[in-house]
Design a protein around this ligand. Structure first.
Ligand code: AMP
Ligand code: ZN
Length: 471
């Protein structure tokens, strides 16, 4: 069997068969950040997990259309905007830019589309109109529009697909206006919220009067606009299963846009939380780390990425600074081995070592068992080191090993230190130093060496000439 995922919808491990298997195209939507503050690395555990899913699908030869929305209007944002007394876009723009910076630093591939909710008000309004026309939504006395669970169920649709809900708890007719609610019962939830004085300038016109969208409808409207009414994969953190994703299914399937017999989403994948001392890392508990804090402590994006990718995505994972130290040690063992392999390979090139690729694929095919895949990787590092120390690895074997690593790293995305890019300006300095040495201008050569050192780069002399090494 090929690739398998645990599908929250069926609560089972299933073979991944995309809606359009012949085309090898996959549509994938991951709920993106709510840009009300800096994201913490718990949030990034989920985004790195989504990046892993995308990279592995690409490794398997699929063309992935990866969409991640930016939630730039919802309850928490409005509260912050009111406190900051600045326009919505100015406020969210700052945190969106900071988010992207962190996202890049963690070496996540940029999604192909990053739609903002505020730029999809027309699509949101039109989806709500469809729901009203089908009798699934109604306008309340204050001008807000709610989704009717009772009407939805009366049409034979199931509410409680991702999470089993207790039939006794079905509170028909009860309503909830907040975006976030944890009642595990079915209550009518807001699709459109009538303008309230505390919303300030955050409102849009609509057929039901001025107001703003509810959070859940934003994702239904943006995902279906870009990927179509029925697509392959929907991802998010496990806290989004209910009510956010349950409500997304209700809104999207309630509008009846899917071809007969097809679902809104075929596979729902949810990442477990990042924990700190047994508790979920979260802003409200105050037990969180932002990426910038960890970078300021001297850890690198690749070390943090590696740590986030050591545990299986469905396992709760405890974050510790010691964990980051171990990630550093593990990566330097890998880097050292890769450097030695490069020396052993010289200019030889070869096809990737198929055995190593097969072992890694077997682990990742198994519901992305990334910890097993890293196990294979470090076993291989030990084996390579042993063969090299015994002088038993040919240049061709070393080249095959390096080529395999390149393929594997297209999935892990940690890179390696030698290419932990010396910026162009820095490599330029190295060339200038060489020129100065050739011209016997040793004073200048030493001055350039010191300048490079100040920038964090050491010049290492190797048989193939000088090379830059990160301090
Ligand atoms: P938010 O910006 O709050 O909308 O959250 C962005 C993503 O981070 C969502 O997919 C959440 O499920 C996820 N998330 C929030 N807290 C954690 C955590 N402690 N560990 C892993 N993912 C989280
Ligand atoms: Zn969402």
């Amino acid at each position: 069997m090929g690739l398998k995922f645990f599908n929250t919808l069926t609560r089972s491990i299933q073979e991944f068969l995309p809606l359009d298997p012949a085309a090898k195209r996959v549509g994938m939507y991951c709920c993106g950040p709510t840009v009300h503050d800096f994201a913490h690395i718990g949030n990034f555990r989920t985004f790195v997990f989504a990046d892993l899913v995308r990279r592995y699908l690409e490794f398997k030869g699929y063309a992935v259309a990866h969409v991640m929305n930016i939630t730039d209007v919802e309850d928490k944002i409005i509260k912050r905007v009111r406190e900051a007394r600045i326009p919505l876009r100015e406020y969210t723009g700052k945190y969106e830019a900071e988010f992207i910076r962190d996202f890049d630093a963690l070496r996540c591939l940029r999604p192909h589309q990053m739609p903002r909710a505020t730029e999809h008000i027309a699509e949101i309004v039109s989806l709500i109109e469809k729901l009203i026309a089908r009798g699934m939504a109604y306008k309340a006395a204050d001008g807000s529009v709610y989704f009717s669970i009772e009407k939805y169920r009366a049409c034979g649709c199931a509410y409680g697909q991702l999470k089993k809900l207790n039939p006794q708890d079905m509170q028909t007719g009860e309503r909830v206006a907040h975006d976030e609610y944890d009642k595990e019962s079915a209550v009518d939830f807001a699709l459109w919220k009538a303008r309230a004085p505390e919303d300030g300038e955050v409102f849009w016109p609509s057929p039901w009067g001025e107001g703003r969208p509810g959070w859940h409808i934003e994702c239904s409207a943006m995902s279906m606009k870009i990927l179509g009414p029925s697509f392959d994969l929907h991802l998010g953190g496990e806290d989004l299963i209910f009510p956010h994703h349950e409500d997304e299914i209700a809104q999207s399937e309630g509008a009846g846009l899917q071809p007969r017999g097809e679902r809104f989403v075929k596979y729902w994948l949810h990442g477990a939380h990042l924990m700190v001392e047994g508790k979920k890392m979260s802003k409200s508990l105050g037990n969180f780390f932002t990426l910038r804090e960890l970078l300021a402590r001297g850890f690198s994006g690749r070390e943090i990425r590696h740590l986030l990718l050591t545990a299986h995505y469905r396992e709760l994972f405890n974050f510790t600074v010691e964990g980051l130290q171990s990630a550093r040690t593990a990566l330097s063992r890998l880097d050292e081995c890769l450097n030695k392999l490069r020396e052993a390979a010289g200019n030889t090139t070869a096809a990737p070592d198929a055995t190593l690729l097969e072992k890694i694929s077997a682990s990742l095919d198994d519901d992305l068992n990334v910890s097993a895949a890293w196990g294979v990787m470090f076993e291989w590092v030990r084996e390579m080191n042993r063969l090299m120390s015994e002088n038993r690895l040919s240049a061709l074997q070393a080249a095959a090993a390096l080529a395999a690593w390149q393929r594997i790293d297209s999935v892990f995305g940690v890179g390696d230190r030698s290419e932990a890019a010396a910026p162009l300006q820095t490599t330029g300095l190295l060339e200038q130093r060489e020129a100065a040495r050739k011209a016997k201008d040793f004073k200048r050569a030493d001055a350039i060496r010191d300048e490079l050192k100040a920038k964090g780069w050491l010049i290492e002399d190797t048989p193939k000439g000088p090379r830059l090494k990160k301090l």
